[in-house]
Design a protein around this ligand. Structure first.
Ligand SMILES: Nc1ncnc2c1ncn2[C@@H]1O[C@H](COP(=O)(O)OP(=O)(O)O)[C@@H](O)[C@H]1O
Ligand SMILES: [Mg+2]
Length: 321
């Protein structure tokens, strides 16, 4: 197969942490052609999606005493070519959030790809429609108490009711802008004003789950099925568990409750073509559905001896049969 990965510029990526690199390594290992591109390299010509693609060869990371190790020159690029994306077998949209206007334009270009020739992961229409924070609201039976608002009075009432709450910018990722709110905090008004840009942008405010101290579980879903999970535990004085802000990772089993959550979200994920997704679960509650470029593969692989990248590529092969 000819597999295209739309990624952020490759040079700064960390091959020992990056889930997309793990998928690219798996594709190479399974003898597929691995091509990369970035959002700016997409075009529409004669109503079809084209991209300047660059072939890439990777030196796979290796496991050394429980840590991934990469060589310094871990990738080599070939000659770029302008290619009609309908001539490729799969396109994996794997750029990091935030969802910006260029990101949305990219999904609109990818919309033109013919599903009969090329599988696009995740489905571009659904990437346009699904906000990572708001998508969880589709599953009211498994989420904590949550409001979305830009109105200070509405937010303050909710915080007063809850005592403690967590505020989340709707476009955030990796813990960015996540705030702990407490009724009576001297900064509460100001925190709400800054986060909502003085009442102009809605934010999510959620019941504070004390179980967050024991970890934020990332569950990787492939075509609606859980294929692995990793716990991210806050360290130091930060209440956030995200790896990007220093959360410690640990192996974690799926509980009955986690499986119920997976079963609850699975039908809609499948219907929406959200094939590769990361669920965030705190204390048995679904808090986020990461659809743009979820991570966790490297951590799950090393902690649990798995090869999730290989599972993704095997699944792609099955779709193309
Ligand atoms: N309802 C909650 N109660 C307590 N902590 C939370 C809650 N929601 C999120 N957190 C903490 O904030 C972090 C980031 O939240 P999340 O909703 O996953 O946003 P993102 O990962 O996109 O920044 C989580 O890892 C968790 O530690
Ligand atoms: Mg998260």
């Amino acid at each position: 197969m000819k597999i295209v990965f739309i990624i952020d510029p490759i040079a700064p990526l960390d091959p020992t942490h990056d889930s997309t690199i793990a998928m690219m390594e798996a594709a190479q290992k399974r003898n597929h052609e691995v091509w990369i591109t970035t959002m700016e390299q997409l075009s529409i010509k004669a109503g079809q999606a084209w991209a300047i693609l660059t072939p890439v060869t990777l030196v796979p990371v290796t496991l050394n005493e429980g840590h991934w190790v990469a060589v310094e020159d871990w990738y080599r690029l070939g000659e770029p070519e302008l290619v009609a994306l309908n001539t490729t077998d799969a396109v994996l949209m794997r750029t990091d959030p935030p969802v910006t206007m260029p990101y949305l334009y990219t999904t609109q270009i990818l919309d033109l790809i013919d599903p009969a020739t090329t599988l696009v992961l995740n489905r571009p229409r659904s990437l346009q429609a699904a906000n990572e924070k708001l998508y969880a609201l589709n599953f009211p039976t498994v989420i904590p108490e949550t409001i979305v608002s830009s109105v200070k009075a509405v937010i303050k009432d909710f915080v007063a009711e809850q005592g403690k709450a967590v505020l989340k910018p709707l476009a955030g990722k990796a813990g960015e802008g996540i705030l702990f709110l407490a009724a009576g905090d001297r900064n509460l008004n100001s925190l709400i004003e800054i986060s909502t840009r003085w009442g102009q942008i809605p934010v999510m405010v959620q019941q504070y789950l004390p179980a967050a101290a024991e970890g934020d579980k990332r569950i990787i879903m492939l075509d609606g099925e859980p294929i692995g999970a990793v716990n991210r535990i806050p360290t130091g004085s930060d209440f956030r568990g995200n790896m990007a802000v220093g959360g410690r990772v640990a192996s974690v089993p799926l509980t009955e409750r986690d499986r119920l959550i997976c079963d609850t979200v699975s039908p809609l994920l499948k219907q929406d073509g959200l094939y590769f997704v990361g669920l965030d679960v705190i204390g048995g509650y679904l808090t986020e559905v990461n659809v743009t470029s979820p991570t966790g593969i490297r951590e799950i692989d090393r902690l649990d001896g798995k090869n999730l990248g290989n599972q993704v590529i095997e699944w792609l092969e099955q779709q193309k049969r």
